[in-house]
Design a protein. Structure first.
Length: 284
């Protein structure tokens, strides 16, 4: 996850990239047109997940998903501050995009064929590889998910995690009692109050949620990862220009992070972008 110094350099790369991606005019570029006329990007994020999208002590949005939207704003307006963040729960996240309430969904959402095929939406590229896991009280003395037979498991409804939970227990001939709740905050509250003895979610979520418990050290996240969860930003289908902007903004951030580009070395990095390591001109 980029820090502030790295993010400044990455946003510079994204802004330069935009000159190659932003069309002068296009019959299909409706989202870009709307964003430009509005003067701000409407970005759907979570209602609070540490490390991805949450409010800090100064009431400013921070996190990996938040940074993506700021980078897209930088690509369009040359100003990462021109973003309006809309916190969304699991049930409303895709609907908000379908109804044009947001321009891009950057909210720890798993890329699946059924979602892309049935919702009229497009996942632009994997931003973070995750997987579902389990958290439980350390006092249970359980070291493997294969020891969870008979557990009472809290899970968020209408998520891929709920499906993988059922698959995992069925495949391993184990029984469990499902405690299904609509919001992630209700899931962790139910677990913390003893309504269930196990909670399942993406491992990144479990790590963030554990930090908010009264005694984080009293809870353990098992090493078992029971699913593949490629988390990706989402846009509407049939707007290729917009998808290209969001997709290549994401890739620019990933590449800049990998190359170690920051605000301190961005100028040197740009000077060498057309030069090979031997000093010769880079043709491909």
């Amino acid at each position: 996850m980029p820090n502030l110094t790295k993010l400044t350099g990455i946003l510079t790369v994204v802004t330069l990239l935009a000159s190659a991606l932003l069309p002068a005019s296009s019959a299909t570029a409706q989202t870009l047109k709307d964003v430009r006329e509005r003067g701000t990007l409407n970005c759907g994020v979570s209602q609070g997940l540490l490390g991805f999208s949450s409010m800090d002590d100064k009431n400013a949005w921070t996190g990996f998903d938040v940074d993506l939207c700021r980078a897209v704003a930088a690509a369009i307006f040359d100003d990462p501050a021109k973003v309006t963040f809309m916190p969304l729960d699991t049930a409303s996240r895709f609907t908000a995009l379908q109804l044009n309430k947001i321009d891009v969904l950057s909210r720890n959402s798993t890329w699946t064929m059924s979602r892309e095929g049935s919702l009229g939406l497009m996942f632009v590229g994997v931003a973070y590889y995750d997987g579902a896991g389990f958290m439980l009280p350390r006092a249970r003395n359980i070291d493997s998910a294969l020891e969870l037979n008979g557990s009472k498991v809290c899970v968020q409804a209408e998520t891929t995690t709920q499906l993988y939970l059922a698959d995992y227990f069925r495949a391993n001939n184990m029984k469990y009692q499902e405690v299904k709740l609509g919001k992630l905050e209700d899931v962790i509250k139910a677990y913390d109050s003893g309504q269930c003895d196990t909670v399942t979610a993406d491992v990144s979520q479990l790590n963030a949620l554990r930090l908010n418990l009264g005694k984080p050290g009293d809870h353990v996240i098992l090493p078992d990862v029971i699913s593949k969860e490629p988390l990706a930003p989402v846009v509407r289908q049939r707007d290729d220009d917009w998808m290209m902007i969001v997709k290549w903004t994401l890739y620019a951030m990933i590449n800049a992070e990998e190359l170690g580009i920051t605000s301190k070395n961005i100028d040197e990095a740009l000077k060498s972008r057309w030069k090979g390591r031997d000093g010769g001109e880079r043709l491909a």
